[in-house]
Write a protein that binds this ligand. Structure first.
Ligand code: PEP
Length: 257
């Protein structure tokens, strides 16, 4: 069954103490305002900095609806890669998800389709769930090439998977022009691209599998626009940056399904 997901991406924000307080405030808020949907129907994910992973995993243990994600992993298993983090390290913290291919990683760290495919494979090999990000730059959209670019990103890093592996993947469509800009894709623009992504999945893996995959929208989701976006038939939730750092806003987003 396709899950609804509200995932936060904290990026390079929060010290340990700040992270602890933010998680506590969100968990307390969810006790007061529990989502209408059960665990299994709706999942909440905190994409926290590496140093926060063990503490965050411990803090959310009692709430079956809340899970922890790393924001990246390295594309090698282990070894002389100073400063990098492996999927085994992430797994050992209790985290369950890994965000892969965020546009900031693609842009500032030159991550390409092959590296991302390796990260997806490593993540799945440790029974971690990849949240695979894709999305176009503004000039690509203005030139009318956004559907092709997203197709290439998905084919290039996911379409080597077999159906068993693919059905575990979560996809996040994040148009780069909407990330951190306050400019959100309209619900129509989001729906159109999500339907395109689902069609690609149908063509490659069949309708049953495609219908089960959660496709999240990311790009300036906030407490006001989340509901309208999540109402779209192919928008199964959000990957949320800035607004996931404010407990009240993130709780409102979680309760927008
Ligand atoms: C993101 O970091 O993935 C993101 C979508 O950020 P924001 O919500 O701040 O645009």
């Amino acid at each position: 069954m396709r899950k609804m997901i509200a995932a936060g991406n904290w990026k390079m924000n929060t010290t340990l103490e700040e992270g602890k307080l933010l998680i506590k405030n969100i968990l307390d808020g969810l006790m007061e305002n529990p989502p209408r949907q059960q665990a299994g129907e709706l999942e909440v994910i905190f994409g926290v900095p590496y140093i926060t992973l063990p503490m965050a995993s411990t803090m959310v243990k009692e709430n079956p609806q809340v899970h922890i994600a790393a924001q990246n992993c390295y594309n090698k298993e282990k070894g002389a890669y100073t400063g990098e983090i492996s999927v085994d390290m992430i797994k050992s913290t209790g985290a369950e998800y890994v965000i892969i291919g965020h546009s900031e990683r693609r842009e500032y760290f030159n991550e390409n389709a092959d590296m991302l495919a390796q990260k997806v494979d490593l993540t799945l090999s440790r029974e971690l769930i990849p949240i695979f990000c894709c999305g176009e730059k503004l000039e690509i959209r203005e030139a009318g090439n956004h559907f092709d670019v997203v197709k290439q990103q998905i084919e290039g890093s996911l379409f080597h998977l077999d159906a068993d592996a693919m059905k575990k993947v979560v996809i996040a469509y994040e148009p780069i022009w909407a990330i951190g800009t306050g400019v959100t894709a309209s619900p129509g623009q989001a729906q159109e691209m999500h339907a395109h992504i689902r069609r690609l999945l149908v063509n490659k893996f069949g309708k049953e599998l495609a219908d089960d995959i959660s496709i999240l929208y990311g790009g300036s989701v906030n407490a006001k626009n989340a509901n309208e976006l999540f109402l779209q038939p192919d928008v199964d939730g959000g990957l949320v940056g800035g607004a996931s750092l404010k407990a009240d806003d993130f709780i409102t987003i979680i309760n927008s399904f």
